[in-house]
Design a protein around this ligand. Structure first.
Ligand code: SF4
Length: 313
């Protein structure tokens, strides 16, 4: 296995690319402001992704699901690479949201979660899902068994039509079904699920907030508003405007009583540290077309077009 680290000019974030030979994974490591005070890790659960979200750099192709050891190994590698002693870390969140749909790799995810909880019992483990149509009773049972587990649904739009265009994978829950699944998880665990909403020009007016409120009870749900990160690095700088849209929509949801937070990861502008950027994965897919099967949303072939990648530590 080859691992490449790419450091952002923002000192607080680094990206890691794991090349397993027949698959690739990415993980991102953040500190706030030190690793000891608060560490956040986003790690991959699949190589590529079959869901095909149109904003996501991993969404064009799927290679394979990662094993539990490959998932846990990403976290262990990051700690070791930065000489982080997990016992000295006050707060840590390990989020299954870098690449892949965790619930389409549930068996390996569940094993990885049990291993990570045994290794780091104080750390939060967040499953971030696009809501494929799977058996959510298993998710609820795992979340009861491992109380460190949190659950976030990628809602992203206020209508099913808009969401279907963004997330073309057909075998998924609709918005009302997501609301019901989250409420069942809340009842089973006593913990609030999150919905994640990508704020952009087309989905941040008052009518969008009204529709979200009609479906998602603020006594059950907490809201994460994500700043849109461009998958194409040439337009990454566009996100000043995106941050404003996210902040404004947070205000609209806050007025309805939601507990809200903004997800605006560092490193978007130079290492693709944000959601769905995955620039290095996109390079790997171009260089390994025989291993990368087209995902549902892809409308163009992957062409071998190598690009210079900055050297890594
Ligand atoms: S956003 Fe997540 S679920 Fe959607 S294609 Fe990307 S990795 Fe898959």
């Amino acid at each position: 296995m080859a691992v490449k680290r790419i450091d952002s000019t923002d000192q607080n974030v680094s990206k890691y690319v794991f090349d397993f030979g027949n698959a690739v994974a990415e993980a991102v490591l953040y500190k706030y402001p030190t690793y000891e005070a608060r560490t956040v890790i986003c790690c991959s659960t699949q190589s590529g992704c079959p869901v095909g979200c149109r904003f996501c750099g991993a969404g064009d192709a799927f290679v394979r699901s990662l094993t539990a050891d490959e998932i846990v190994g990403q976290v262990q590698h990051l700690f070791a690479d930065r000489d982080i002693d997990p016992a000295k870390v006050e707060k840590c969140q390990i989020m299954f949201m870098s690449m892949g749909e965790p619930l389409l790799n549930f068996g390996h995810l569940a094993d990885a979660i049990r291993q990570l909880h045994a290794l780091y019992p104080r750390f939060s483990l967040l499953i971030s899902t696009s809501a494929p149509a799977v058996d959510y009773e298993r998710v609820n049972a795992l979340s009861v068994e491992v109380p460190a587990v949190g659950l976030q649904f990628s809602v992203h739009e206020s209508t099913d039509a808009a969401r279907d265009a963004l997330v073309p994978f057909k075998a998924k829950l609709n918005l009302h079904q997501i609301a019901a699944a989250g409420e069942a998880w809340f009842v089973a665990t006593g913990r609030q699920p999150f919905f994640n909403y990508r704020a952009h020009e087309g989905n941040t007016v008052q009518a969008d907030a009204d529709r979200i409120y009609a479906m998602f009870d603020p006594d059950v749900w907490q809201a994460t508003i994500s700043v849109v990160c461009e998958r194409d690095e040439s337009v990454a700088a566009a996100n000043v405007r995106q941050r404003q849209l996210a902040t404004d929509f947070m205000g609209k949801l806050g007025a309805y009583g939601y507990s809200t937070r903004c997800f605006d990861p560092a490193g978007q502008d130079d290492i693709g540290g944000g959601c769905g950027q995955l620039w290095f994965v996109q390079d790997w897919m171009r260089n390994n077309p025989e291993l990368a099967r087209p995902s549902v949303g892809r409308t163009f072939p992957i062409v071998h077009a190598p690009r210079e990648v900055e050297s890594a530590a």
